[in-house]
Every structure is written in C-alpha cells, then in structure tokens.
Design a binder for this molecule. Structure first.
Ligand code: SAM
Ligand code: SF4
Length: 312
C-alpha cells in the first residue's frame, strides 16, 4: 500500500481502548476520562476485522496500544486473533507494564512477539507522581516477568522531560548496558497534555553520555550502544529531526477512526464498513497521509485528540 508521497505503508497501530490504569501527567487529564458506552468503541470482532482488512491491504506489522491495552477485557483473545492472520509478520504491544506480572506469560502464549514498556523514571516517588499513583515496582516486576516468559527485544519507552527525568539519563543508559533492552528516549510532543516548556532534545542523551557509539538505525530511531553493552539506546526525535519521510504507519483509534497521521485531525470512519468497502477506506486513508507534521513550526500538534485516545 503506497501513499501519495511514495511511502510504503506496512505498519498498523491499533488502539484497543482509551482508558488507562495510570494518568501520566503529559498524556491524560487529572480527572481521567469518562468511560464510554459499550457501543462507542469497537468490539473485539470489529478490531480484528479492521486488522484483517489492513493486512489484506499490505500491512505486515500490527501494534496493539491504547490507553492501556491490558485493561481491555478480552485483549488476549484479540492478540490470538491478530497473531493468527496470515501475513502478520510481527505482533507488538505497547503497555505501561503494570499488568505484566500477571499477563506477560499469557501474552506470549497468545502470540505477541514483542513488547514496548513505558517507564519514565527509575525513582519510585517520581514514578508515582508522574503516573498519578503508579507503582514502579509493578513495572519492574513486569519487565522481569516478560523476560521469564521468553520475550526478547523489549523496548523501554522513556519520554524525556526537562526538570523531571533528565538527571536519570545515565541510569537509563546503564540499564541498556546491563540488560538486553532497547532504551528509547522519546522527545515530548506538544499534544494533549504535553507541555512545550518541558521539552528536551533527545540529542541531550549524547551530550550526557558521550561514550555511546552509533550503530545502524531502525525505523524512525537513531540507535547507539555503550561499549560492551548488552542492549541499545534509541532516540525518537519527532520534534528535532522530523522522520516523516520514513513513516510507514497508519493508526486506528478505539472508536474506529483511521488516522493517516498522528498529528493531523484528518480521520476516516471505518465502523460499519466491511469487505471491499473497508479495504478501500483503509487504502484511501493511507494514500492521504500528509507529507509531514508541522508541530515544529506551529508549536502544537493538530491531532485533535489526546495521546491516550490515539495510542502514540
Ligand atoms: N499505555 C501504554 C503506554 O503508556 O505505553 C500505551 C499508550 S501510550 C499513549 C504510548 C506511548 O506514548 C507511551 O510510551 C507514552 O509515554 C507516549 N506518550 C504519551 N504522550 C506523549 C507525548 N505528549 N509526547 C511523547 N510521547 C508521549
Ligand atoms: Fe496511560 Fe500510557 Fe497515557 Fe500513561 S502514557 S496515561 S500509561 S496511556
């Protein structure tokens, strides 16, 4: 599936809920979000049908996200259904990790290939403050449980925030030296609750840890390794080094809207469509991807939704 700029679209990020067990300050409003009626979000069958149609159109990699995907009842069944679609080469899941102590094993058995776990601080007090009540120990336990369940290539998503976790950069880099993880430093984006004042360019990581050696990049990340390190460091620089030319993804929200670009308010409703009509809507949506986001110029995302309603 090619878009109008010649990019090959092979990656679907499918949001399964906009609810979450955390309320990270840069992602969710303090009061949380109202629980929507059953009929307002896609059923598991609708989500699986959308994934199947996207694969028919050329998608090879599917990521389940949210909100927090592991709070959605039936998520394991959805994983099984998506993993079984012929043509899915990789099924990934992005999670806050809090439910992994219980669910890492079942997710592996359900056919999930890889996990991204979000973790913005290694200090319990800071972690609880940023997530408004999350327990760091649950996420660390979840990481251990996912390694024990056989997950490899796990990525740790760290959103860099000035005055919040910049002093922890060396500790995170050290984690990537000790463990076979990719620690991904993500630039804070001015979307939803994300505040421009806290922005810190990911390049800072290289200034703080000059010993990091560049290695081959992957997808949208620049990658590095500490000499002798077991894992790697990735920089996701959506703001300071726009990677739109390499973007290969489309997104579908839990209420069934295809978003050709994270930072555009363009949305194509997919609910109620089946068969060729659904495939046509997906192809047309992918084709309509804007060439690039304009956050760097405007200082604000035009997404029209908060991050927990899209999935990152
Ligand atoms: N709840 C899951 C989690 O936290 O991993 C999945 C959904 S969350 C919206 C996906 C990713 O988006 C997380 O890594 C989160 O840190 C990131 N994110 C949320 N708001 C962001 C923002 N304003 N800028 C950059 N990344 C953001
Ligand atoms: Fe929830 Fe993930 Fe948003 Fe944090 S970043 S509030 S864990 S959806």
């Amino acid at each position: 599936m090619r878009d109008n700029c010649g990019r090959d679209i092979t990656y679907l990020r499918l949001s399964v809920t906009d609810l979450c067990s955390f309320r990270c300050r840069y992602c969710m409003p303090a009061q949380g979000v109202p629980k929507r009626g059953h009929g307002d979000i896609c059923s598991l069958e609708e989500l699986a049908e959308i994934a199947r149609a996207a694969v028919d159109c050329g998608v090879r990699k599917v990521r389940l996200t949210g909100g927090e995907p592991l709070v959605r009842r039936g998520v394991l069944d959805l994983c099984r259904q998506v993993a079984a679609i012929p043509g899915v080469e990789e099924l990934c899941l992005t999670t806050n990790g809090a439910a992994l102590p219980r669910l890492a094993g079942p997710l592996k058995e359900a056919g999930v290939d890889r996990l991204n776990v979000s973790l913005d601080s290694l200090r319990p007090d800071r972690f609880a403050h940023m997530t408004r009540g999350g327990r760091l120990e649950d996420v660390l336990q979840g990481l251990r449980a996912s390694a024990a369940a056989g997950f490899t290539g796990t990525k740790l998503n760290v959103v860099l925030m000035k005055g919040f976790n910049d002093d922890e950069i060396p500790r995170f880099v050290e984690l990537s030296r000790l463990y076979p993880l990719e620690v991904r430093f993500i630039e804070l984006m001015p979307i939803g609750e994300g505040k421009a004042a806290q922005f810190l360019p990911a390049e800072t990581v290289l200034e703080v840890c000059p010993g990091l050696c560049p290695i081959e990049g992957s997808g949208v990340a620049r990658r590095f390794r500490s000499p002798g390190g077991r894992g790697t460091v990735g920089l996701i620089e959506a703001m300071s080094r726009r990677f739109c030319a390499r973007c290969d993804r489309i997104r579908v929200t839990a209420d069934g809207k295809l978003k050709p670009c994270l930072h555009s308010d363009q949305e194509i409703p997919l609910r109620g469509l089946h068969g060729e009509a659904l495939r046509r809507a997906i192809r047309e949506g992918a084709a309509a991807k804007p060439e690039a986001h304009r956050m760097t110029e405007t200082g604000r995302s035009q997404a029209g939704r908060n991050m927990h309603q899209i999935g990152g």
